[in-house]
Design a protein around this ligand. Structure first.
Ligand code: UDP
Length: 239
């Protein structure tokens, strides 16, 4: 018997770095396939899934700005990087028989459809995985903010933030082995304590819209599905 999922509609945010595996740059297709497999499992549970992927495995605007270049152009390059990653994920999903579509915040009709809230929700209602590419479409933002924004627009019951570790810790657990992990923490406390799970704008937007943020390890195969079934390791950020 299939377990009833605890959320009906979710938005998954994965950083671009999650796609590069051990390579240090670019896209490792076997890693993308694994993440696509986790999304396929969520779909099999009946969960409607939207996805935002970052671009940090390819390009970040600050890299240009820090060398005296033009930040806005750098951010445009970063947003284009998210489109490349989104196309890679769609390819993996389609390959495994999951219906998926890329909607971009920046129009590029020869490559993918443009984002509109109406079209996105229509596709999700129809059971398609919707991959939101191009971030917010604006420079000076991040894909974390794009994820919180899209989560609010599609009425997601939860925003899943796939990270390197299995939840929110009092300190970086890779630097301090005695750091404590929270099972649950409020958006307010995350902001007050400056816990760096997502950027401030993203957390504030999620808080205003009463969207819980589920922080979990993107590297744990099956972790996404386990949490949707009400088990698994994560921290729930909720008021
Ligand atoms: N970006 C942007 N506006 C957005 C989202 C992203 O300008 O709304 C640019 C920005 O340069 C950013 C890059 O795209 O550094 C990649 O996104 P991000 O750094 O959020 O990717 P991640 O760290 O999640 O891989």
């Amino acid at each position: 018997m299939t377990a009833t999922p605890i959320y009906r509609r979710v938005l998954l945010k994965a950083s671009g770095e999650a796609l590069m595996g051990e390579q240090g740059f670019g896209i490792d297709v076997s890693v993308v396939d694994r993440i696509a497999g986790d999304i396929a499992e969520a779909r099999a549970l009946g969960v409607e899934v939207g996805v935002v992927i970052g671009g940090g495995n390819i390009f970040r605007g600050v890299a240009v700005a820090s060398k005296g270049g033009d930040r806005v152009t750098g951010d445009h390059m970063g947003m284009l990087a998210t489109v490349i990653n989104s196309l890679a994920l769609r390819t993996s999903l389609v390959k495994m028989g999951v219906d998926a579509v890329v909607l971009s915040a920046i129009a590029m009709p020869e490559i993918c459809e443009s984002f509109s809230q109406r079209q996105a929700t229509a596709y999700m209602d129809a059971g398609k995985v919707v991959i939101f590419a191009g971030g917010t479409g604006n420079p000076f933002f991040t894909t974390d903010s794009a994820a919180a924004l899209r989560a609010a627009e599609i009425g997601a019951n939860a925003l899943f933030k796939g990270t390197q570790v299995d939840g929110v810790y009092s300190e970086d657990p890779k630097k301090n082995r005695n750091a404590t992990r929270y099972d649950r923490i409020s958006h307010e406390d995350v902001l007050k304590r400056g816990l760096s799970i997502m950027d401030t704008a993203a957390i504030a937007l999620a808080r205003e819209n009463h969207i819980p943020i589920i922080v979990y390890s993107i590297h744990e195969k099956g972790g996404f599905g386990d949490i949707l079934k009400g088990k698994g390791h994560c921290t729930v950020v909720a008021d």
